[in-house]
Design a binder for this molecule. Structure first.
Ligand code: 0O2
Length: 241
């Protein structure tokens, strides 16, 4: 694995050179023509991104409609804002390599759940579960996995609700079932996660945060969680939904 953070400027060939040869695709004739391999892989992964972009458009529209409907019935939105991204070819290669999967577009489609990612930010904790229930109630979206890092926060303090969903995307002559990772969290949880992510990558030794800093970050996460609970209580006491 590459011992440095992959940026937009890291050449694909450099990433591939760091991959365990055992999980590299066989290009026939036993030759390991890295340049050809990098070009083919980039082409395949860029082509694949079109499908994931289409899936993000589909789900974003469905979520916007649900949010609007909630607004008209409850006079407020459970979704504060949404963002989305399709994983870059380089991040896909890095993740496949890190997990020991073959470095191919086919393996990415098969094994990676988060090539398409949507992040939903909610005002209050209960809104997260309202949004989850709205998604689960739809018959055009199948929820295949739920990881509740709010009920069970990660050791570092990370809190968020993760859903892996599957939905059909229709093209001119075929339909594809596409998986999307949806992360749902409060504004406060997002504040912590965004800064923690930045700190982790910008640390002197990327990916390694000193123990005392980790402990402080965990304390901040717990304070934020307590604040989220208090804001929820205030809302439940003084606002009529
Ligand atoms: P990016 O750049 O956000 O895409 P995986 O970690 O994906 O191999 P799993 O079980 O699917 O395996 O992962 P998990 O725990 O559900 O986490 C997936 C995503 O959640 C991560 O994607 C992050 O976006 C977010 N996440 C998980 N843990 C943390 C954390 O401790 N801090 C922060 N800030 N975000 C976290 P990527 O691919 O790591 O990154």
């Amino acid at each position: 694995m590459l011992n440095e953070k992959i940026t937009d400027k890291t050449p694909m060939i450099k990433i591939l050179q760091a991959v365990d040869p055992a999980i590299m695709p066989d290009f026939g004739g036993g030759d390991r023509d890295m340049t050809r391999m990098a070009q083919t892989l980039m082409q395949d992964l860029f082509a694949m991104q079109t499908i994931y972009r289409a899936a993000i458009k589909e789900i974003s529209t469905k979520l916007e409609i649900l949010n609007d409907e909630f607004q008209s019935t409850h006079q407020r939105n459970p979704i504060h804002n949404m963002s989305s991204r399709v994983k870059s070819p380089k991040s896909i290669v890095e993740k496949l390599s890190r997990k020991g999967f073959p470095v191919t577009a086919e393996a990415a489609r098969t094994y990676l759940d988060d090539i398409a990612g949507v992040r939903i930010i909610c005002p209050y904790i209960e809104d997260i579960y309202t949004v989850k229930a709205m998604i689960e109630a739809r018959d055009d979206i199948e929820v295949t996995r739920i990881t509740d890092y709010i009920e069970h926060p990660k050791d570092n303090g990370y809190r968020s609700l993760h859903l892996i969903v599957r939905l059909p995307v229709f093209f001119s002559d075929h339909k594809v079932l596409v998986r999307i990772e949806i992360q749902i969290r409060t504004i406060a949880m997002d504040f912590w996660a965004s800064l923690e992510h930045q700190l982790r990558y910008k640390a002197i030794e990327p990916g390694r945060i000193p123990e005392e800093v980790s402990a402080e970050l965990k304390e901040c996460a717990d304070t934020i969680a307590e604040t989220d609970r208090r804001m929820q209580d205030i809302h439940n006491t003084y606002v009529k939904d």
